[in-house]
Design a protein around this ligand. Sequence first.
Ligand SMILES: Nc1ncnc2c1ncn2[C@@H]1O[C@H](COP(=O)(O)OP(=O)(O)OP(=O)(O)O)[C@@H](O)[C@H]1O
Length: 940
Amino acid sequence: MTADSRKIRVAVRVRPFNEREMEHNPRNIIKVLDKSTLMFDPDEDEDEFFFHGVKQTHRDITKRVKKKLTMEYDDVFDNTATNNDIFEVCMKPLVQSVMNGYNCSVFVYGATGAGKTHTMLGNPDCPGITFLTMKELFRQIESLSEVRKFDIGISYLEVYNELVMNLLTKSGPLKLREDSNGVVVSGLVLKQIHNATELLDLLALGNRNRTQHPTDANAESSRSHAIFQVHIRMVEKKTGQKRTVKLSMIDLAGSERAASTKGLGIRFKEGANINKSLLALGNCINKLADGLKHIPYRDSNLTRILKDSLGGNCQTVMIANISPSSQTYDDTYNTLKYASRAKKIRTIVRQNIVPSNVPKEFLVKKVNEQAEEIERLKAKVADLEEQLRKKGQAAAAETSTSPALNETLLNTWISRIDSCYASMREALEHFIALKSKEKLINMRVKLKEQAEHIARVVTLDGSHLNEDIAKLEASIDRCGKQVANQQADTSRWKERLRHARRNRNALRQEVLQCELAPVLKGYVSGKEAEIEAVTATLWKDHVLQMSFTYDQENKLWQNIMMLSGDIIQQNYLLLRSMDRLDNLTLDKLKRLVKLNQRQRGVTFLDDDCQQDYRNGIDLSSNSLDDIANLSDCSEDAIDFPPDNAVASSTLTSVEGGSSKRAKLNDGSESDTEPYSTVQESEPEAGVERNVFKKPKTVGRTISFKATTAGGISARPTLSRRTPTKQQQTRSAAAATAAAITHASQRLKVPRLVVSNTFGGMNAPVGKKMAMPRGAGGQDENKSDTSDESNGIGNIANSTFDIASAKDSETESLFSNVLVESNVDPHVLDKVLRRASMKGGKMTLSVNKENRKKSPKRIGKSPRSVNRTNNRTNASASSVINRYRMMKAKDTAGSSSGGSSSASSMASSKPLPSAMRTANNNFESDGDRNRHNRLMGIIKK
Ligand SMILES: Nc1ncnc2c1ncn2[C@@H]1O[C@H](COP(=O)(O)OP(=O)(O)OP(=O)(O)O)[C@@H](O)[C@H]1O
């Protein structure tokens, strides 16, 4: 702890003249030369004095010589200085010293009425330095409150007649005692304050309690020494260092001479005591100024209280208040002299850090404890830092890996979905391939059965028949074994497909409920589309393969029928030329021709008839539909719950039954399925979307002709040449193919059909659909069998669409249809003439719509065509009536020993009665003749 030796700061303040002084026209004995110098008792400004016209150098020879003492102090304030000026110059540095831990004191000294109380306390308009100092002190305490803890206590004492009184409690007298810390007022209780306001309140209280009496010199003369002390204990919050400082502000009583106060009695005694204390103070100051070691502080209580301020550890400021009036000449002079003496006083200042009385051992123990505490706290801090670091790393890892986690989760889902759909696709491909293979084998079996059937009829050598049939049957058996062998595989893949679809359904539900559902829905929809595309491709492959097989078979049968026709024709001519044509053979040939004719009745597949026809279709396992259709590979066929039902229920559960329902144009409602547009396009909610549903384009590929729903669109052709029987046979094969098409399609409009009028009308049509095109093309005339159902019967029982008869083989057949229908005879005549005269094929549309679009109208007269078609389309019953007439004719022919067929082949023979009846419908004989002639041409 270092100590500095500093002098007491002495300031002189000159107050202005007061009113009382002004009444006596006093002389100004103080001339302030500058801020630190004044001249006491300066020269007066005298007017020039002349005596008998001569200027006199000495006007008054009795006048006293001025002292003109130039005195220098630390600060000199003239009569214009304010309390704030005094504070700024003298007290502000002192406050800073207090905050630095130094004891500080300020006391005002001067004669009565010199302005001491005015300087210390001031008035409300001009606060004294006590208030200003306390204000500054609290301001600095506030600024240091963060680092220090402050305890502030004040005391306000007065020394009156050498008695120490407590002005705050108005108690006393208090005894002074000295200890190691200096002079202590016994029993003095410090008043704790917290702000400047409390200080002012206490100060006002103390002032009210201070002894004041009016004197001649001062109406409010303070008759005691007032000692205001602020005790401050400061504790450094960081270091715990404690400091206790004391700021003493002392308002001394007037140092006037007793004569000046003209006091008597008590006032005189007061003056004496005041002077005594002040005299003691002066002695102390003198001795302190002279540097003497012994300072008589104990001469008075005032000097005892001011011991620290004057000669102890304290920075001291002395403010000497003086009056400029010559009336207080001596008092002012004494004050200045004391002030000058006080300037020489040096004090030792040091910081008042509280010494510790704690034993060293205790300190060592305390240090050790604190060291342990420090270590513990360090460990705790390290632990907390580690926890913080880990948390930070975890947070950072979470932040940095959050997208990765999502990505990982997404990848996991995608892997699951891929795996699920891959297994389903694999099972689907295998299962459909096996089913397709099975169906194609079955189809070949049916074809082989047909071949076997034909082989039994057409054979060169009966000895080889059994061998050939045995081969066919062996081949059929092999096919059956082949199908049987793959049954295990089919069942196994069917089960795998069922399992895969169950997994797929479960996975879709999981996807809908997972957090990544919005992302995965689209992905799942894409997978569904893939499966659908794979299914469609497999379907297409199957149909193409089936179509190819049929095409190959059809070509084979075409060759067979062509060759058969030639053989029959040659045999017939040979037998006739050899006149070996016996009646039996001829009868068979006639029956063949008749059979060919009779199977071509005209009916409308209309309404009830159509329904009956459809009811007759056997879509059994071996039907064409069954072969072409892989619908038994669908989920429904494998007993799966509908996907839509799953999706709908899932939607309901996910969206809480508030799934949006979109109003469709047709008024129906459809769930807005979150999965895919495929499901959104479902016609009915809750109905399974059959992914195996045959695509329309694929379905059409199995049609043997293009038929529009609006009616017959195909345009049959007519050969320029008269159709031969061979051609008629071929046309029958074509008609069979047309029948297949007809059976596989659903026509909505009345359709002109040619059908057999006898022999197995009730036979299942489906059986015939398996017949290849042209299968029925045997030359009936050459057939020597009487069994009509044998080979021919299958064809005869077929119902086929005339619109499909586009090839030349059907020309004669078509011509027959035209003849036997209600086509206008005039038009028919022109058509057939033109057809026979001109080469190439001509197109005749019997459909009203197609007629208008036909690029080549039959006959030049559009009227005729219109008439024809109008009549054709106007009344189905007319055609039916004609059909009935034809049937009646046939019946009549049969009753006449079967000569009608022969007669029909020979134009020279008269027509049957039914035909005649029909011919009666002609408008003229010319028409009838032309018609009969034509009939003869056709059937020739
Ligand atoms: N600097 C000043 N400016 C104006 N008026 C002053 C000044 N100093 C003192 N006075 C006035 O002079 C009068 C006496 O002053 P004050 O009471 O302070 O004297 P004092 O030295 O305290 O006397 P006492 O010792 O008797 O108490 C008061 O009315 C005060 O207002």
